[in-house]
Design a binder for this molecule. Structure first.
Ligand code: ZN
Length: 237
């Protein structure tokens, strides 16, 4: 493990362009559970699986049901950046990291100080009226209960990519460009099972692909360095 971390640090110091791609595991270490697992076998509080509730058609059909789950399981306004977020922000500040590409929607990278953050699945911090497009902060949304409404009567929707919805093509293109031009690519906190992680990986052409994840991923054999450990411990320790 120490040898692997030493190699990681050497590559970080040598690489002229490094990009980080992070998944749910980066946020779980800040106490934000992966919503795919939160309503599992142990607490079947909801009649439908999360994937169904967090879908476009469910939102349109039952914004009440959507917001009950969303407020309960997807908003963590008190969560704080962990050592992984802080290290990535410091690396960017030092000119050693070009961008953070994330599947998380919690805004913790920006809270840690990262500036170039590509949010593939949107952000809970941006919300907009479906009728007049006026935007709302998370705290405005948190102030009320149930379905939030705009003054104009429109329903406020989070700028979060729901199931059945496409990813923002601009964000995807920028992510692909960063990965294509990266000398070093660090993938952390994801098993790469969730779209579009595996697809984006194909753009990488370098020979410093680092996978940091607690469990093994199907892409371990493609990586140049695999560290099976907590992302916060590896990057921040
Ligand atoms: Zn409105």
């Amino acid at each position: 493990m120490r040898e692997k971390k030493k190699l990681l640090e050497r590559w970080l110091a040598e690489s002229r362009s490094t990009v980080f791609f992070g998944g749910a595991g980066v946020s779980t270490e800040s106490g934000i559970p992966d919503f795919r697992s939160v309503d599992g076998l142990y607490h079947m509080k909801y009649d439908d699986p999360p994937e169904q509730i967090i879908s476009h058609s469910y939102f349109m059909r039952s914004p009440e049901g959507f917001y009950r789950f969303y407020r309960d399981k997807m908003l963590y306004p008190d969560a704080k950046p962990n050592p992984a977020h802080l290290r990535l922000a410091a690396l960017e500040e030092a000119g050693r990291l070009q961008a953070v590409i994330t599947q998380n929607i919690d805004g913790l990278h920006q809270m840690a100080g990262s500036r170039e953050v590509l949010e593939l699945h949107g952000s809970v911090h941006r919300n907009y009226c479906m009728k007049c497009r006026k935007s709302f902060s998370l705290s405005a949304l948190m102030a009320g209960e149930g379905v939030p409404y705009c003054d104009c009567g429109g329903i406020i929707k989070p700028d979060v990519v729901l199931y059945e919805e496409g990813l923002d093509s601009d964000v995807l293109e920028r992510a692909a460009r960063y990965i294509r031009e990266a000398e070093m690519l660090i993938i952390g906190g994801t098993s790469l099972a969730v779209y579009p992680a595996a697809g984006l990986l194909q753009y990488y052409r370098g020979d410093k692909l680092v996978l940091i994840n607690r469990s093994e991923t199907p892409y371990s054999s493609r990586a140049n360095l695999v560290i099976q450990d907590s992302i916060g411990m590896v990057l921040g320790g």
